[in-house]
Design a protein around this ligand. Structure first.
Ligand code: 6GU
Length: 281
């Protein structure tokens, strides 16, 4: 997977040379390049932002600098300035070549989820554009969408960061660990929270010793009865999800629940005979 990142702080992405992400790069699984947006400026101050049209606080990233950069990294011809703005539809849309996905972190965009991470883990080329200041001119994503590029804007949560850099490293970690060959033990991603059909929070984990500072691990985990252990963990996942993220219970497919799941959910106050569980209040 080829990954290009554009930022005014490309040094930030040196963290991607560490740990599993660094290993994946030396194995040739990932090829990450962080570019400095200011390399595409022409003025002495290397300015990338300007005041917002319509007034207001802060600065907005200029479309011209971004476009010079993105045209080059996406291998698109720079348009003729006299082209009608309505003629921007994709010329040859050859979907057989590795189509790049252009991603802009944006706190006002839809949430980035495990589903997005899974989908993007199959892409061959990702290009991230990190905004700073009050954001980027909205015509940038609009323009590249009109060129036939797959453009995504994502937020990573309901809080505000100073720029997209942290969000890009979060998204990249979630995406790349799902690539075949990335993890030493691929089984460890199968059972995790937020994956698979019924997304539940994971059960609690314990290691040895069985009693530590007077606190015992649950007895059933020592029983050696795999059926009982699986059931205990599944019930714990359902119980914890009910407490912490009832929205994930509401999203479950009742048809995918076994008899014991239904019994546990009913005991927790859910009705399970419709398509999705419904809370009995
Ligand atoms: Cl993607 N960007 C910024 N600046 N803040 C955020 C975010 C993104 N997601 C949550 N907060």
């Amino acid at each position: 997977m080829k990954i290009d990142i554009v930022s005014v702080f490309p040094e930030y992405f040196e963290v991607l040379n560490l740990s599993l992400m660094g290993k994946a790069q030396s194995k040739g699984l990932l090829e990450i390049t962080a570019h400095n947006l200011r390399d595409w400026t022409h003025d002495v101050h290397h300015s990338v932002d300007d005041t917002p049209v319509g007034g207001g606080a802060g600065m907005v990233m200029k479309p011209e600098v971004w476009a010079e950069c993105l045209d080059e990294l996406l291998d698109l011809p720079a348009p003729n300035e006299d082209d009608s703005p309505n003629d921007v539809a994709a010329e040859d849309n050859d979907s057989s070549v590795a189509a790049p996905v252009l991603i802009f972190p944006n706190p006002s965009a839809p949430l980035f989820t495990q589903r997005d991470a899974t989908e993007l883990s199959h892409a061959e080329h990702l290009l991230f554009g990190c905004g700073r200041y009050e954001g980027y001119d909205s015509r940038i994503p609009d323009y590249y969408r009109a060129q036939g590029i797959d453009v995504r804007e994502y937020s990573i949560g309901d809080y505000v960061l100073n720029g997209g850099e942290v969000a890009v490293s979060v998204m990249l970690e979630a995406i790349t660990r799902l690539m075949p060959g990335f993890m030493g033990n691929p089984d460890s991603i199968v059972e995790e929270s937020y994956t698979g059909e019924g997304a539940l929070l994971e059960h609690r984990q314990y290691t040895k010793p069985a009693v530590w500072r007077g606190i015992s691990v649950p007895e059933v985990l020592l029983s050696g009865d795999h059926g009982k252990v699986d059931r205990f963990r599944r019930d714990e996942a359902l119980t914890r999800t009910n407490e912490i993220r009832p929205d994930l219970i509401e999203a479950l497919d009742c048809k995918a629940l076994d008899k014991a799941d239904r019994k546990t959910l009913m005991a927790l106050g859910w009705e399970v005979s419709a398509a999705h569980p419904r809370r009995l209040s």
